[in-house]
Design a protein around this ligand. Structure first.
Ligand code: PLP
Length: 400
């Protein structure tokens, strides 16, 4: 699955170009950097690859979500709808901006259920964040259509879906803004890092300012110290070494995905022999990035039984219903409103918790996630290991 598997000479060469100038920083040092602007070039190339006009690099995928929410004007008291199956980062960013995360059900795309989204929109909803989990598209066109009816902007959390498309159009380009992560486990990595893409020049300018302490980046005789500012910001700057790695990884992205797809075809064929098994609903199988292979059994008991056989063969699958980082009922710190702030912020305003989360509030998601098994699809997968996993799947088919 992750780009770190193919870290090699190309990344080293890019990094060396930065080290030779000694300019580790995204801004300034025009003479010393000898024309080397790795982050800037990574932003331009990544945006173009996805089919967007602008890219803004930041320090992480979580920062990307935070910056996206900030430039949409989201703040305390607002509600932001996301989905029950995602990484904690999605709602951490919503909380960090002071807003209230509201959770919609997922369907068999393993992403946001548009019908449930429509039910959860209120006058307070100021943004919607569907997630393209595990490299496969959400029902993004339907979601954007619902959001448009209510004039609510959509941020696509595309952290897990770099390089994925829906009918030829890059994920992350359907909503107002699309966010990406380049952390250790993502399809391509910079060590750490994130990106926001958009076609909206004004939003892009605001992101460029907000992520850099409000610096307006307008040329002036005083240099960086003489730059103006229109609003308060923060520091989410990416450094040149990350940009350098990003450029090398981006150049490999299509080939990484192509290899994963070949591996996935083999796994799918072996799994298909398990009675009653169904596959994740793919919106566009040829467009997904094949970082994961997901399937359902008819019942929770069957899913657990199949996984017992797989485990006994040394090939256990991920059972997300038992995973504490990606699934709503398992987020006890969120459900319990646990925070370091003595005031209870961001869960409280006026000393009262604004939303009390019921672990049983999302039964449709539970009925889906409880039956789900998932394999990561590595890039470097030996024929031996692949054969072993396929044999384990066939053994499971015979046992259940
Ligand atoms: C990884 C991830 C993020 C956060 O990315 P970081 O770079 O680790 O901050 C956000 N959303 C989803 C769905 C992710 O998987």
């Amino acid at each position: 699955m992750p780009g770190f598997e193919v870290f090699g000479e190309e990344e080293k060469k890019e990094i060396l170009e930065v080290l030779e100038t000694g300019v580790l920083f995204r801004y300034e040092f025009p003479e010393q950097r000898k024309g080397v602007w790795k982050v800037k070039s990574f932003e331009e190339k990544f945006a173009a690859y996805c089919g967007a006009k602008y890219g803004q690099a930041v320090t992480s995928g979580t920062a990307a979500l935070k910056v996206a929410l900030a430039v949409l004007g989201v703040g305390p008291g607002d509600e932001v709808i996301t989905q029950s199956f995602t990484f904690v980062a999605t709602w951490e960013a919503i909380l960090d901006i002071g807003a209230v995360p509201i959770f919609a059900e997922v369907d068999e795309t393993l992403n946001m259920d548009p019908a449930d989204l429509a039910k959860k929109i209120t006058a307070k909803t100021k943004a919607i964040i569907p997630v393209h989990m595990m490299g496969g598209a959400a029902r993004i066109e339907e979601i954007v259509a619902i959001a448009d009816q209510h004039k609510i902007p959509v941020i696509e959390d595309t952290a897990q879906a770099a390089g994925a498309r829906l009918n030829g159009k890059g994920l992350g380009t359907f909503g107002k803004l699309g966010t990406f992560s380049f952390d250790a486990v993502k399809t391509m990595t910079c060590g750490e890092g994130g990106m926001i893409i958009t076609d909206d020049e004004n939003l892009w300018r605001q992101m460029s300012e907000y992520h850099d302490h409000g610096h307006d980046h307008v040329q002036n005789p005083g240099g960086r110290g003489g730059e103006g500012r229109s609003f308060v910001g923060f520091n989410y700057r990416m450094m040149e070494l990350q940009g350098a790695i990003g450029l090398a990884q981006l150049a490999k992205l299509d080939s990484m995905i192509a290899t994963q797809k070949q591996h996935k075809v083999r796994l799918k064929a072996a799994a298909a022999k398990i009675p009653g098994l169904t596959f994740r609903h793919e919106m566009d199988e040829s467009g997904e990035n094949a970082t994961f292979f997901s399937f359902f059994l008819p019942t929770k008991e069957k899913a657990l039984a199949v996984n017992e056989v797989l485990k006994a063969e040394g090939c256990g699958a991920i059972y997300f219903a038992g995973n504490t980082w990606h699934y709503y009922p398992k987020w006890e710190h969120l459900l319990g409103g646990k925070t370091l702030a003595a005031s209870g912020w961001p869960f409280t305003s006026h000393d009262k918790r604004r939303v009390v989360y019921d672990p049983a509030a999302l039964p449709k998601s539970a009925a889906i996630i409880d039956r789900l098994l998932v394999f990561q699809v590595p890039i470097k997968l030996s024929e031996e290991r692949l054969t072993q996993i396929c044999a384990a799947l066939e053994k499971a088919a015979a046992a259940v």
